[in-house]
Every structure is written in C-alpha cells, then in structure tokens.
Design a protein around this ligand. Structure first.
Ligand code: KG4
Ligand code: ZN
Length: 358
C-alpha cells in the first residue's frame, strides 16, 4: 500500500511516499530555517506563506523521487495537528485536494504520534507494547504504544518541551535559532561539571518532567558569568561578551542536566520491576539528534535488554515519512477521514483528559 504523506506543522514543508508503513520510497524536506533566523523563532505568518510556495514543488519532487505516477497511490495523509494552524492548513488542504481529485482516501495523522512511528521505518517489525518517548520542539511526552498506535499518555512536561528548553538556553548564550543543535555541538568542547544545575525529577514515580526550574537556574548562571546583578537584564542581549570557554562549559552543563532529566523518566519505565512490561522503546522527535541523549538511551536499552528504536537523524526532525508511515496502520484497518476534518493547533495527547495515570 503506497501512501503519500504531507507535513507542514511548523517550519518544514515535507512530502514522502512510504510503502506498507515501512519502506520509504521518497522523502523530501524543504526547510525554512533561513527565513525565521532573523526573528529568533518561527514567525507563523512567514511559515504559512512559505508552505504555500513550497508544497506543490515538494509533492512533485517526492513523486519523481519514488518514480511513480500519482495514480499509483493508495491514500493521501497529512499531519493535521498539532502545530501552527496556518501552516497545518496548507499541508492538510493540499492532501485533501489531492485525495479528492484522485478519488483516494484521506488520512489525518497526529504529528506527535507520527514521531513515534519514525523508529519503525526501514526496520523489522517491533514487539508491543512499547514505551514511547517524544522529545521535540513542541513536546516532551511519555506514552504506552500498541501495534495500532498510542494507547495512552503516561506523562509529559508540565511546562516547556525539551527542545524549547534547549533553544531558549542556546539563545541565552548567544546562539542563533534553532539553537538546540548548536548548543549540543558546543557542549562537546565544554566541562559539564563546571556549573551545578538542577535535575528536577518532580515525583520520582510519575512520568512528569519540568524544565522551567532548570531554565531559570541556567539564566542565573549566565547572568553571573556576564557579571550582571540585575535579574531583569536579558542575557541574550549581552551573550556576545561570553568567552568561548565559558560558553562551552555553560552548554555542556545545561545539556547534561536536560538529558539526565529525560533519561531518569525513561529509566523509570524500565528500571523498577525485574522485568519490564515494555519489550520495546520507541523514541522520536528532534531532540533525539542529541548524541548524549542517544548514548544514554542505548545504555538503558542494553542494561534492560530492550529493543530500542532510535530513528535515523533525518527522521528525528520533522519529516513526512513518519506521517505516511503512521497513516498505514489506520488505512490497513480500512479507516479514512472526512474531507471536512479540521486541522487543529493541539494534539489529542495535549488535552488534560488524555492522560492515563498522571
Ligand atoms: O521534532 P522537531 O523537528 O520539531 C518539532 O516537532 O518540534 O524538533 C525540533 C527541536 C528543536 O527545538 C531543536 O533545537 C531540537 O529539536 N534539537 C536538538 C538537537 N537537534 C535538534 N536539541 C538538542 N540537541 C540536539 N542535537
Ligand atoms: Zn515534530
């Protein structure tokens, strides 16, 4: 079954063609980072206009890369939530238009769930239930995942998402948006023990995390290194005066604290009982581009003998292969969505009642 998937939730316009939820035939991503960099963040209006310019060329490129004709497709899917609403509307409307024009089923996909599918692409089938970890710019959530997708949310960040925390910390030491990967690159040269930062675990028995305390402590550290007493000063305006060594040590200290905060919750899923009820760990989201986090997850998986699915780096960040992949399970059950289904800014997994235990 060949599915065309579209992704346009934030600042990447992407189209991919995936066979049977696993075999990636085409994978095209047009990123807009250059357009947003001067504003230190994604500007929704600029994003949606750029998606409009790029969506059709991106779809054409994917069809050409897969060497298929549009008539070979069996369904068209789009990430319909969560995200910037103007951006989501572009991919969703394009997918609906194609589905209608080609008389194919339209399949709506939740972007957060799709991140968990990334580890199933180009890989052997997994055993379920799986423990699911999504760490992206918009989400830090822990899930129980069954063969047909997410069963329930076990917990999440009560404030910033991990990627958002990385990006804000990066901005405080003068790195351009999105600063997460730049902070991680600097961290390799720094001393993680130089600055003592908190690892807020909240309740040790629950899958909830918080990054706001870490962010505040980091801000204080940066201001202290800049020799600024006034807490109202924005460190981003002065960060240019930090020495390279201080900046690297700050980056390393922040990265260690943020990664250990995430790993403590993953360990909770596998560490407590003698044998875990999760044979598989599915991980997804842009923050998995982080080497320290990847190494930490590998170590946990080895210790507990778990099948860890770390997606390839290009499928950790936003992409459409995960959207087309995630659509497959629903399509195989014969499900499809109405063409008047609305795109939505929030994931169903962001709703307070979505949680199973917390
Ligand atoms: O999943 P993603 O592409 O977009 C969302 O759905 O949000 O994640 C992007 C996030 C950004 O916040 C980016 O800074 C972060 O992932 N990120 C990293 C690294 N690479 C990307 N954070 C820490 N270390 C990295 N190496
Ligand atoms: Zn994402």
């Amino acid at each position: 079954m060949l599915i065309l998937g579209l992704e346009s939730s934030c600042d990447e316009t992407a189209a991919a063609i995936v066979a049977d939820g696993r075999s990636v035939r085409a994978d095209v991503v047009a990123s807009q980072h250059d357009l947003h960099r001067p504003y230190r963040g994604v500007v929704p209006e600029i994003a949606s206009r750029a998606h409009l310019d790029r969506v059709l060329p991106t779809i054409r490129a994917a069809v050409a890369e897969a060497r298929i004709a549009l008539g070979d497709l069996d369904a068209v899917a789009a990430g319909v939530r969560p995200g910037l609403i103007g951006s989501l509307l572009v991919g969703t409307s394009a997918a609906k238009g194609l589905a209608w024009g080609l008389d194919l089923p339209f399949v709506a996909v939740d972007h957060v769930e799709a991140h968990l599918h990334a580890g199933l692409l180009e890989a052997a089938p997994a055993t379920f239930p799986a423990f699911g970890l999504v760490v992206s710019g918009g989400h830090t959530s822990f899930f129980e995942v069954g063969p047909e997708g997410v069963v329930r949310r076990l917990g999440r960040s009560i404030d910033d998402a991990a990627g958002e925390a990385f990006d804000k910390a990066a901005a405080m030491i003068g790195l351009e948006h999105p600063g997460g990967p730049k902070l991680a690159a600097l961290a390799r040269k720094g001393d993680e023990r130089r600055f003592a930062l908190p690892r807020p675990t909240l309740d040790r028995h629950r899958f909830d995390v918080s990054f706001s305390g870490l962010k505040t402590a980091f801000r204080r550290c940066v201001l202290r290194e800049l020799g600024i007493d006034d807490p109202a000063v924005d460190p981003r305006d002065r960060a240019g005066t930090l020495s390279d060594g201080d900046r690297a040590d700050l980056a390393a200290s922040f990265e260690a604290a943020a990664v250990e905060t995430i790993l403590a919750k993953v360990e909770l899923a596998f560490g407590g009982a003698a044998t875990s009820r999760f044979p598989t760990l599915l991980a997804g989201g842009g923050v998995l581009g982080n080497d320290r986090l990847r190494r930490g997850l590998v170590a946990i998986a080895e210790r507990h003998d778990i099948d860890l699915r770390l997606p390839r780096p290009e499928w950790c960040v936003d992409n459409a292969a995960m959207i087309a992949g995630a659509a497959f399970a629903r399509r195989s059950r014969g499900e499809r969505d109405a063409l008047d289904l609305a795109a939505e800014p929030l994931s169903v997994w962001s709703r307070p009642e979505a949680t199973g235990t917390s």
